[in-house]
Ligand binder design. Structure first.
Ligand code: SIN
Length: 281
């Protein structure tokens, strides 16, 4: 199936036009999509999609096994593979999704081992203004460090903890946060299994500390890395349109939602599927 690929920015990202993700995509086309994805630094935007939950799940499964998100109350009823990111409320005032999802830099499911390979986020409704998502190209961020710093980080490991991020949010109830997920150790620099590129793999959302360092050393080093990764030359900002499907590679990117929009500008309502990796980071 033919499609066009248009780069979105020098940092990362490409737009795919002319491909219906709900159609039967043959293996050759899927391989071409994956090539475009790797060339674009792990971020593709598929425009003008109309995806049923079944179609989103079927496409996502082509990439790997799907996760059932640990925040169970935000799953789409009947479709546990779909995690809802939403500001909408149901008839009884109940949340139709997580309205605080991802408002901090993170890589999805880095607190699991194996972590996530990629995420697919489908925008059904977006506010008239704001609610963008930022993406960091973590390979470029790694390349931007000095050679001695890259050498120092090469063999280091860091701890990632699901519960860590909830210090940021007071509105989550006790039952919302799963407390029995043990912290996991991940490499600070990972080598991407498909591209061979080195990528920084720490983030402010879930990374608690670098193993083997004193607490103050770890805090200072992480603060330096987080400030470095946040530099505009490593970041692409996506302005959503309804019908956009974004597919990002959690091995070589991190992302965050921008909570700048007003409820007067309409809801932000999205369906996410999360593909698991089959090998450790
Ligand atoms: C997420 O982290 O999966 C949500 C990102 C977003 O809402 O823009």
């Amino acid at each position: 199936m033919p499609f066009t690929v248009t780069p979105l920015s020098p940092v990362m990202g490409a737009t795919i036009e002319g491909l219906d993700l709900g159609a039967d995509i043959d293996d050759q086309t899927l391989a071409a999509v994956l090539r475009a994805w790797h060339e674009a630094g792990g971020l593709l935007v598929f425009k003008r999609q109309h995806l049923s939950p079944e179609a989103q799940i079927a496409f996502s499964r082509r990439l790997g096994p799907l996760e059932r998100h640990t925040l169970g109350k935000f799953l789409l009823p009947g479709y546990p593979e779909i995690y809802r990111v939403s500001t909408k409320r149901g008839p009884a005032g109940e949340a139709l999704g997580n309205d605080q999802a991802g408002r901090y830099w993170h890589s999805d499911l880095c607190y699991l081992s194996p972590p996530s390979l990629c995420s697919i986020l489908y925008a059904l409704e977006v506010p008239r203004l704001g609610g963008d998502t930022l993406f960091c190209n973590t390979h470029r961020a790694w390349k931007g460090l000095s050679e001695p710093m890259r050498e120092f980080l090469a063999e280091r490991r860091a701890v990632h903890d699901f519960r860590y991020v909830f210090r940021l949010f007071s509105s989550f109830g006790a039952g919302d946060v799963q407390t029995d997920l043990p912290p996991v150790s991940q490499p600070v620099v990972r080598v991407h299994a498909d591209t061979g590129r080195h990528c920084l793999y720490v983030n402010p959302g879930f990374t608690t500390h670098i193993e083997g360092l004193r607490r103050e050393e770890s805090d200072a080093l992480l603060a330096m890395l987080f400030a470095h990764m946040d530099r505009p030359e490593y970041v692409y900002r996506h302005r959503w349109s309804a019908g956009d499907v974004l597919m990002w590679d959690n091995r070589c990117t991190m992302h965050r939602a921008v909570p700048d929009f007003s409820p007067d500008d309409g809801p932000r309502h999205m369906h996410r599927t999360t593909v698991m990796d089959t090998q450790p980071a």
